[in-house]
Write a protein that binds this ligand. Structure first.
Ligand code: M6P
Ligand code: ZN
Length: 185
């Protein structure tokens, strides 16, 4: 059903896959996640090609455009390195005061948050959960379930990513599997 005034949307995330013109796909494998997991011994023995997460993004304007809005869909595979769950690299925004929304679509996870004083807290993520991430707060998501974890994200086009801080100093706390229970230590 279309008319001159009512058209079909140009973007879809049916079946968890973001489709449409201008959508970009990125993969993060073990080999891309140096300095993310604590157990370097197990990390070193893990197949470097193991797929940890995938991100599709719709970036309609150039990075840095004030007022622009980005959309991303992230899928984290189930798995662990030692007792630590597969998770995203995590970042502060380059323009540190920029905020972001995350929301759970599929599977179970935990959103780990850390402010500039290195205080860490975490929120459970599940289908229908909505997370407002204020500016000045680093964010990372771990898949704590045995299925794929999918979540949506929307952030300002001028936010950028500051990975360096997390790469160097990490998060002050880690989420590990302690006797089957996701625990912040
Ligand atoms: C979300 C957004 C993206 C981010 C992605 C993966 O989709 O926050 O900006 O790139 O998650 O997270 P990270 O960049 O920390 O690996
Ligand atoms: Zn972000």
């Amino acid at each position: 059903m279309t008319s001159a005034a009512v058209s079909n949307p140009t973007l879809f995330f049916n079946g968890g896959i973001l489709q449409g013109e201008g959508v970009e796909h990125a993969t993060r494998r073990i080999k891309d996640l140096d300095n993310v997991f604590q157990d370097t011994k197990v990390f070193g023995k893990t197949d470097p090609e193991t797929l940890v997460y995938e991100v599709s993004s719709f970036l309609p304007v150039a990075e840095g455009t004030p007022g622009g809005l980005y959309f991303g869909l992230t899928h984290i595979h189930p798995g662990k390195v030692g007792n630590e769950y597969f998770m995203t690299k995590g970042h502060f925004h380059a323009l540190i005061d920029r905020a972001e929304y995350y929301w759970g679509i599929k599977g179970e996870g935990v959103l780990i948050l850390m402010n500039e004083n290195r205080e860490v807290w975490a929120e459970r993520m599940f289908p229908g959960s909505l997370h407002f991430i204020p500016g000045r707060v680093a964010h990372r998501v771990a898949n704590t379930g045995s299925q794929l974890l999918s979540f949506g994200a929307s952030w300002p086009a001028d936010a950028g990513h500051n990975y360096e801080e997390i790469r160097k100093n990490g998060f002050a706390r880690r989420l590990i599997d302690k006797n089957g229970i996701p625990t912040l230590i």
